[in-house]
Ligand binder design. Structure first.
Ligand code: DON
Length: 484
């Protein structure tokens, strides 16, 4: 089974499974197929994280998050007065981090793949050449982002933003780039012609990425965060994603309470969840960053005694934020500029992947010669302690910029076991709200006995900084939607 944001990408992934490929082979094909069919978030110019659980119970994770360029430094987005320069970390070439996706798929393939890379990429290349039909949603997105894409690309782009629903879009340039990768391996992206074109292009547009940055990029295997919540075992992504640590803290702070008894989205459940999340996000923003650069006191942050101590001042009687909870009428749509997909093969190997360009179409910078968008992931760093990024997240030194450092993420690809068996594969877009949306989806299924689809469709409440909104999720973007 393959579930992703585009039926064409899911089809390519499940064809690989039908051909005898395993979940990891299907991951490679699906990730690249999303780059073709869902350029809003699917990517060659971005990065992501994958958590896996093999049928024998082995678990692991891979980090193919973008990195700061070698020339990156703490104050790179500040002016001479020490103020954050508007748009510099969010729009155009200056916002681009060194892409990790291609390194990620090659690592996964080398370790677990069973079919050849050529076989996996062939249907993706064929699809890019044959073309993809534009959906209604996609046409709306093109419409919404046309102006900003044109602005970043100096008024001209070969990306077909003028097309309408029902048109067939062909991507011959992207097909060529993919062909080079298929033939030359990861060096077909990080070295040689592609790397030269890409680094020259980014620098011409005022950005910082060099051929050396690309050549030095490596994806990394990471031990996931694993914890128990009642009789579930939850396996989620470790730093440089904050997802696993933060979800672990939230669940452990809630565990002593019988929220099934309180009821789904009851005031008590929301109050408890909010207070646990408030404490977990405060730790996230202060302690978490790239573990290759900062010491993260995980033992303490995840210990039972520390978490119980954090909740000592929690009381149902002092609902200090209940006024905010009552602002629940505001309808906002879950932003979904990232994308998640989940795959399970016939043997029961499962993978959970969240991948992104960060914003919609990333930095909006589109490389005509290579056929893809570049990320604006540099905005996930803390440009200045105390100043919020585009998702309202405030960071500290642990997430300051340094050469080759990875920016902190909220992406939370997660796998859940119950009684030693695979129970759920889950993840979502949503920036700073990813962690709490994944947590609520797991709770909906486990505590409130909903099916996966009901869990995804149920209203969630969003905790962002100190505000709480509740909203309905009519399109079911959490986990993934087949409707896109
Ligand atoms: O890694 C992160 O946390 C963000 N770059 C994710 C961005 C995202 O989910 C955008 N969609 N709303």
């Amino acid at each position: 089974m393959v579930v992703s944001a585009r039926v064409e990408a899911s089809q390519i992934g499940s064809d690989i499974l039908a051909k005898g490929g395993n979940a990891f082979d299907a991951m490679v094909a699906t990730e690249m197929a999303l780059a073709v069919t869902y350029p809003f978030a699917g990517n060659l110019g971005g990065g992501g994280f994958m958590v896996y659980r093999k049928s024998n119970g082995d678990v692991g994770g891979i980090d193919y998050r973008e990195k700061a360029p070698l020339s990156g430094h703490k104050d790179m987005y500040l002016d001479s007065l020490g103020k954050v320069i508007p748009d510099m970390s969010t729009k155009g070439a200056t916002a681009v981090g060194v892409p990790g996706t291609i390194a990620g798929i090659f690592e996964v393939h080398e370790k677990f793949g069973s079919l050849s890379m050529e076989e996996l990429l062939a249907p993706v290349i064929a699809l890019a050449e044959k073309g993809v039909v534009v959906t209604e949603n996609q046409a709306n997105r093109f419409e919404n982002y046309r102006e900003s894409i044109l602005e970043v690309n100096d008024g001209i782009t070969s990306f077909p933003i003028g097309c309408k629903a029902g048109d067939t879009l062909k991507y011959p340039v992207l097909a060529n780039t993919l062909r080079r990768i298929s033939k030359e391996g990861r060096d077909g992206f990080y070295k040689g012609e592609t790397a030269k074109i890409l680094s020259n292009f980014i620098q011409e547009k005022g950005g910082f990425i060099t051929e050396e940055d690309l050549a030095k990029y490596e994806a990394k295997w990471r031990q996931p965060i694993i914890f128990n919540y009642k009789d579930l075992k939850i396996i989620s992504m470790s730093p440089p994603s904050s997802g696993g640590v933060t979800i672990n803290q939230i669940f452990k702070m809630m565990e002593p309470y019988d929220i099934a008894e309180f009821g789904h989205n009851s005031a008590k459940t929301i109050q408890l969840f909010t207070e646990a999340s408030r404490r977990a996000y405060a730790d996230r923003n202060y302690f978490l960053g790239d573990p290759d650069f900062v010491e993260i006191p995980l033992d303490v942050l995840l210990s039972q005694s520390y978490l119980m101590e954090r909740m000592e001042n929690f009381s149902f009687d002092s609902a200090t934020k209940s006024a905010d909870v009552s602002h629940g009428e505001i309808e906002i749509l879950e932003s979904m500029e990232t994308t998640h997909y989940s795959i399970i093969d016939a043997e029961g190997n499962a993978i959970s992947v969240t991948t992104t360009l960060n914003g919609a179409y990333g930095s909006k910078l589109y490389c005509d010669e290579l056929g893809f968008f570049l990320n604006n992931e540099m905005d996930d760093f803390s440009a200045k302690p105390g100043v919020p990024n585009m998702f309202g997240l405030i960071g500290a030194d642990a997430n300051s910029i340094a050469p080759e450092k990875r920016m902190l993420s909220s992406m939370t690809p997660t796998i859940v076991e119950k009684d030693g068996q695979l129970y759920m594969v889950v993840g979502t877009p949503g920036g700073s709200t990813i962690i709490t949306a994944v947590a609520q989806t797991i709770l909906n299924t486990y505590e409130f006995n909903m099916s996966m689809q009901e869990s995804v469709n149920a209203p969630v409440f969003i905790i962002n900084g100190y505000r709480i909104w509740s909203f309905s999720n009519p399109k079911g973007f959490r986990t993934h939607s087949k409707k896109n």
